[in-house]
Design a protein around this ligand. Structure first.
Ligand code: NAI
Length: 803
């Protein structure tokens, strides 16, 4: 043992291991293996299989765990369904009492759970004890509150039903809490599948459920690997899937749930920028990097893994960072002075090694401190890559290990460009003492969470989730709770029964147009095709083809038969119209009021068009136009009132929840109420600052194409509304596949809804489809805040206060 003089000279820490005898005793009590938790009881796998769970820091076997089969999943879903009736009918207060009891018991067991988590996952006890488990308790307390308030705060909403929840291994118990707490608060029951590397704290939580007296079947836990997860996703008795994990699996889940009507939230990977401006407090920023990329060995979906440093301070910053890296302690996760613990499993360690080798091979400079790492177990040193090309593998791919990848920039706009140069959009961290600049950059970065002069802060009151290929939906806060609720009108909307075949317009060359009675005096051959509207200009269809638009008796005109190229042109025009999103909400409101006024002044013309197209009565046409005008006024009124929020998070932060437009949206409109439905979709989307490419009803497109003259005379900037006529599903597919389109709304057939959800899996864009259900466009339900919520995503910006 070192004497005092030697200790003072080295100033090294002695070992400070956290006792784990209570966990060892618990594991010994389960020496015959751990079972699924179904209907309140611990049951063996139906197939009799089990798999090993090992401590990644020393490769010892902790226990064996039941291997979930499709039959186990089925049993669990049945148990959850049986429990749903009584649980969902409880008063909010009764559910709150249960959640409160869970929170209390988690708190009582904090030390046990933290030690078990560190042994199972390899994360330092400092983190499991001070971050993971306290946040778990916080989530249950916070959502006990939501259970109490949900009826009042979400009128007309109810639980979705049985929720399948699949979680990863990086924050096993915390991800469980993020999923189970809001689901239960809203009145759902759950089947949760923990990750195969880290199922133990979920099973300890199952014991807590029984101890807290939670009714059997409200929470069910089935252990297993990806196949078990896939069985849960595929189960027809599941109403919603909530998934956290890799983007690849998220994409598979999007494809396999397409068309099933299952609600879906995906929290996926990231490659989040950590931006250091030259006026940043560099020492604070260095500590920020430690928390951003070496927290949990960098196995964090929102890790600040792309370090962007302003050129003027880069050398100084790297020097400070390397000095700090030398002091990071790597080793036993249960040692209270360990900074970096073990990587979760050998396969993940191997993946990190391969990616780092690739980074070196591609020419980036690797630096690692001289710190000793343990000879056995899954350890990887903290690593810094500099001189990295933005297009290199390590700059693009999520390494999910303790590896920072750094690049430099010169100007703020270059920083934004680099920050957004990724397919992901989960988080960003911005460091500058100039708050004006930091907030401006925060607004421009495409990420669901932005931390200013801080990083990796989480709280139950603030939503968490990504833009782009980082997924969709939020967890935490009001918006997270909303993901576990469904509007009663949506839940009970009548199905259209047998799917109506989509209207397929047949192409007519422009020279061979049938002349309708109404056009009888026109010389044959004159092109009477209603034009499409792209970039503020009338546009002819790229393919040169039109199709006949029929009224009840005869053909009443022609519309352009749009193709992929027309959609691409329209998306390009929409993408260019960026000034609309940047305009003030007041300005947008004024434009929408103007549209409403101009539509009102031409009401009789639109009424006549509706009658000719659909054969509706004069009264019905009058009503439809009047409603379209009123609805436009309504969304104009909302344009500057759909406020965000300031969340009451636990730390000293102002946490701003801002509603941001998606950018370019694709809208496929239904056949019913062809003018009103078009207006009902386009107006909320553009009121929120989106630019849209809209496909009007294929059999009845002319009221929508007539609108272009209204837009032209109402100061709607070119490119904000683009109209492409033609076959709905063909055009919607191109929209759903287009990388520049961030969200698609589709109101058509059931088959078309399935197609859109599948096609949107490519870049994981958000979709809102009707699954072929009829929508009563003239009723108040078709004019609601829900449309505004679907037209926006929430960005949470954390700004610390205090010195
Ligand atoms: P993964 O996405 O395969 O696993 C996450 C969860 O999904 C686990 O519970 C797993 O059993 C389950 N799963 C796997 N395949 C499934 C399927 N077809 N259907 C339903 N569930 C399925 O992630 P994995 O393989 O553990 O890690 C690979 C990479 O994914 C990591 O290196 C990292 O880059 C990323 N990742 C990202 C996470 C995040 O929080 N965003 C978490 C975990 C991994």
């Amino acid at each position: 043992m070192a004497n005092i003089r030697e200790v003072l000279l080295s100033m090294d820490y002695g070992p400070a291991p956290e006792a784990n005898d209570h966990v060892e005793a618990w594991l010994a009590g389960h020496s015959d293996g751990m079972r699924h938790f179904i209907g309140g009881a611990f049951v063996p796998s139906a197939g009799g299989g089990s798999f090993e769970v090992r401590d990644p820091s020393n490769d010892t076997l902790l226990t064996r765990v039941a291997e979930g089969t499709a039959a186990d999943v089925d049993r669990a879903v049945v148990a959850a369904r049986n429990a749903f009736g009584a649980w969902s009918k409880m008063t909010g207060h009764q559910r709150a009492r249960h959640l409160y009891a869970l929170a209390r018991l988690v708190q009582k067991r904090e030390r046990f759970l933290a030690v078990l988590e560190s042994m199972d996952n390899g994360k330092p006890i400092r983190e499991s004890r001070d971050i993971d488990v306290p946040l778990v308790a916080r989530h249950f307390y916070h959502h006990a509150g939501w259970a109490e308030l949900v009826d009042v705060e979400f009128p007309e909403h109810g639980p979705v039903g049985v929720c399948g929840q699949i979680i990863p291994w990086n924050f096993p118990l915390l991800m469980l809490a993020w999923k189970i707490a809001p689901a239960l608060a809203a009145g759902n029951t759950v089947v949760l599948k923990p990750a195969e590397f880290t199922p133990l704290t979920a099973l300890a939580f199952a014991e807590i459920c029984n101890e807290a007296g939670l009714p059997p079947g409200v929470v069910n836990i089935v252990t297993g690997d990806g196949a078990t997860g896939a069985a849960l996703v595929a189960h027809p008795g599941v109403d919603k899937i909530a998934f956290t994990g890799s983007t690849e699996v998220g994409r598979l889940i999007r494809q396999s749930t397409a068309g099933t009507g299952k609600k879906l939230t995906l929290e996926l990977g990231g490659k989040s920028p950590f931006v250091v401006f030259e006026d940043a407090d560099l020492d604070a920023a260095v500590e920020g990097v430690v928390d951003a990329i070496w927290f949990n060995q960098g196995q964090v979906c929102c890790a600040g893994s792309r370090l962007l440093v302003q050129e003027g301070v880069a050398a100084r910053f790297y020097a400070k960072l390397r000095a700090r890296m030398e002091t990071l302690r790597i080793g036993d996760p249960l040692d209270k002075s360990t900074d970096i613990g073990a990587i979760v499993a050998p396969v993940q360690l191997q993946r990190i090694r391969e990616l780092v080798a690739k980074g070196e091979a591609e020419g980036a400079t690797l630096w690692q401190p001289k710190t000793q790492i343990p000879a056995t177990g899954c350890f990887f040193p903290p690593s810094l890559f500099t001189e990295v090309e933005p297009a290199s593998t390590v700059a693009e791919v999520e390494i999910f290990g303790p590896v920072a990848v750094s690049m430099t920039f010169r100007t703020p706009s270059e920083a934004v460009e680099l920050a957004n140069n990724t397919r992901y959009g989960l988080a960003a961290s911005i460091w500058s003492e100039n708050l004006n600049r930091a907030l401006e950059v925060a607004a421009k970065v495409k990420a669901g969470v932005v931390w200013i002069n801080c990083t990796n802060l989480f709280d139950a009151a603030s939503g968490f989730g990504g833009y782009r290929e980082s997924g969709f939906g939020r967890e935490g806060g009001r918006e997270g709770l909303g993901e576990y609720l469904v509007h009663r009108a949506e839940k009970h909307a009548p199905s259209i029964g047998k799917d109506t075949p989509a209207f397929v317009p047949s192409a007519l060359p422009a020279t061979d147009v049938p002349i309708a009675k109404e056009m009888g005096n026109e010389p044959r051959g004159i092109d009477r095709t209603a034009k499409m509207y792209i970039g503020g200009k009338q546009a002819r269809p790229d393919g040169g083809n039109s199709y006949a638009v029929h009224g009840p008796g005869s053909s009443i005109g022609l519309a352009g038969l749009g193709n992929r190229k027309d959609i691409r042109n329209a998306v390009e025009a929409a993408a260019k119209a960026t000034s609309w999103g940047a305009a003030t909400a007041h300005n947008r409101a004024q434009v929408l009021y103007y549209v409403a006024e101009n539509l009102a002044s031409r009401a009789s013309e639109f009424e006549a068009r509706l009658r000719a197209m659909t054969g509706c009565t004069a009264d019905a046409a009058t009503d439809e136009v009047a409603l379209a005008v009123r609805r436009t006024f309504w969304y104009a009124a909302w344009a500057d009132k759909f406020d965000g929020a300031v969340h009451a998070t636990r730390t000293s932060n102002v946490t701003l929840a801002m509603h941001e437009p998606w950018g370019v949206m694709g809208l496929a409109c239904p056949d019913e109420a062809p003018l009103l439905a078009f207006v009902s979709l386009v107006m909320p989307a553009i009121a929120m600052g989106n630019r849209v490419v809209a496909i009007p009803s294929p059999p009845h497109p002319l009221a929508a194409t007539d609108l272009y003259t209204v837009f032209d005379t109402s100061d709607v900037p070119g490119g904000v509304v683009n109209i492409v006529t033609g076959e709905r599903d063909v055009l919607a597919k191109t929209l759903a596949e287009h990388d520049e389109v961030a969200a698609v709304w589709y109101f058509g057939s059931r088959a078309g809804s399935t197609m859109v959800e599948k096609a949107a899996a490519g870049n994981l864009k958000s979709t809102w489809v009707n699954h072929g259900r009829a929508i009563a466009w003239s009723e108040t339900g078709a004019q609601s805040r829900g449309f505004l919520r679907h037209a926006t995503q929430v960005k949470n910006i954390w700004v610390p206060y205090g010195e």
